[in-house]
Every structure is written in C-alpha cells, then in structure tokens.
Design a protein. Sequence first.
Length: 396
Amino acid sequence: MAGRTREQAFRPWAVDVLLGVGVTVIVSIVISANEGGRHGPERVAYLWAVGLGALMLARRRYPVLVLAVTVLGLFAYYAVGYPAIGLAVPVAAALFSAAEYGRLVAAVSAAVVVTVVSVVFRLAEGQDFAFVVGYELAGHVLLMGAAIALGDSVRSRRAAQADARRIAELTAARYQQEAQTRIQHERMAVARDLHDSLGHTVSVIALHADVAREALGRDEDAARSALELIRSAAGRSMVDLRRTVTLLRSPDDERRTVVSLANLDAVTQAAGAAGFDVDVRVDLDPDVPGPVEAAAFRIVQEAITNVVRHSAGSRVDIRVRQDEHRLTLSVIDSGADAELEAPKAGTGQPGTGRPGIGHGIAGMRERAESLGGRLTADPVPGGFAVHAELPLVGSA
C-alpha cells in the first residue's frame, strides 16, 4: 500500500518533468535554426528555453501564474531580438496546463493577447500582411486552440472519473448499509423466533414438571400425562430450533418450514393442559401472505405463554379473522380484575406479575410493526387482552 501511494505521488511529477524537458528541447531546436532576429542563438537564448521548460514544474499549483510568466517571457525574448521561435510552440504547454486545471478563461485570454500582440508588432515592423495573417496566423491559432481543447478534455475526463469513483463509493456504502440493515433485521427475527418458541416451551415444561412432581406417589396417571406433555413440548422445541439453525446456515433455502395458524393446536394444548378453557375461532382465506400468518402465529404463541405464566383465570378466547385489507387477532384471558393489576395502559408493564416481564410484549409489538401493523396489550375488565392488526397489502 505504501509503495502504491509513493508511485501515485510520483507520477504527476514525472509527467511535469517530461513536459518541461519536451518544451526545453523543442524550443532549443527552433532557436538553433537561427531564423530571423537581431542576434544569433547565444547561450542566454537557450536559458529562455530552459526557463520555459522549468515553469512546467509549477503548472499544477500555479497554472495561471505559469501562463502569465510564459507569455511575458515570450515577449521579453522577442524584445531582446533572439532568433524567432514561433508563437504557439512556446506557450502551448502553458495553455494546456491552464485549461487542464479549469482556468479556461485565462487560457483563451492569453492566447488572444499573444496572437494580437504578435500580429500587431510584426505588421508594425513591415512584415508582409499576407504572410503574417494569411499564412502563419491560422497555424498558430489552430495549435493554441488544440492545446486548450486538449487540456479541457483532460480536465473533463478527470472530473468524470472522479464523479464515477464517488458514485461507486457511495453505492458501495449504500449496499453495505443495506446489508447491515438486513443482517440486523434477520438477527431480530431469529431472536424473536427463539424467544417465542423456547419461551413457550420452557413455560410448558416448568408447569407440567410441577404437576408431575406433585403427582408422584399419589397419581401415577397424572404424572405420566405431565411427563408426556413435557416430552412432546421438548420435541416441538427441537424442531423449531433445528429450523432456526437451518435458516441461519442457509438463509436462501426456500424449503424451510413456515409456522402456520393451522398449527395453533400445539400452542393451545399447553393452555388446555394448564387448566384453561380455550376457545379458538379462526376465519382465514387460504391466500394469507406467509409473513403475516407467521407473525400472527408467533403473537398468539407468546400471548398464550404469558397467559400460562401469569394469568390466574380459567378461560382464554382466541379470535383470528381476515378481511380485504388486514388480519386481526385477539387473545383475551379471564384473569384477575384489571383494577387490581393496574398496569400502564398499552405497555403491558405489570403491576403484580402481569405480562410485560422480559421481551414478550415488545417482541409481539415489533412483529406487528415490522409488517406495518400495530399491537396493543392492555388490561380489560376481568382479564387481559392482546389485540393486533396486520395489513395484508405489501406483506407477500
């Protein structure tokens, strides 16, 4: 990396040195032809060629100053009376440099000044008008125009390349940000799935473990039934865990199982085994978008888990229905009177052990809001209710 940086820093200076050497050599060759002038090609004349070339070393930082010194140097050279070196050749490099660094007005102005001054003085000295204007002028103007056009072309191409690099950098940064956002969303989704699935399973296992412990030695059938429920819940949890691990390893695997409201029996079974009278009514069309159905299932699952953990009631009503634009669901339990619980409305924060401990309600709300819906979890007379609305449009 350091070597590349040094190489990139060296290249502009190398170009300037080569350009300066080129100017010096070309002007020196023209001087050596010894055409015109009052003096021959003396050493001082060649110093002018060296000076014009040396100016190229400062062309990047001071392009207008280099152009001005070049024009004045050309006038001074001719004023001394050294051999003719033409008009465009000595200033072409300076014109190119000024145009290359965006000083187009200065370059054009300098070319006009040099041309006008040269033509006026040569005609004042008595040179042939047809030769000066009709023959030489067109060549000088074309050469200076070409130098300016080339410099402006280099500047435009360099600006286009810089814009392309900036666009590429911004595009790469945007893609990186989008990738990080997708990763974060995926992590949140996995965290919610693990919380809902494992939290529900752990609640069921803990509940029936207590039942089995109390039934040991007194009611073997009840203990055996509780252990069977524990085994069944653990098996379902392992299936969910394997599915989550598979998703993490192969996120593009389209064969992964998606949770469905058709599997609510596995969720409500825990509430029923805990002594709740569960009433489930589901009215759905078969074309419910998969993300909406999965979110609805997880919301119901977490709500049932909260009921099993916290409710002192005996009944749970689950309602899921679909209309043209949204899917609505509610989970209502007949726990203790809301006035005794007194949680903060809409938050699910408990007064005495009601739902809200941990991340359950926050996870349910995140699921609903991620689809553009909303969720409330509030006490109601005689119990606690979770209501959710999930839009169907744009969720497929």
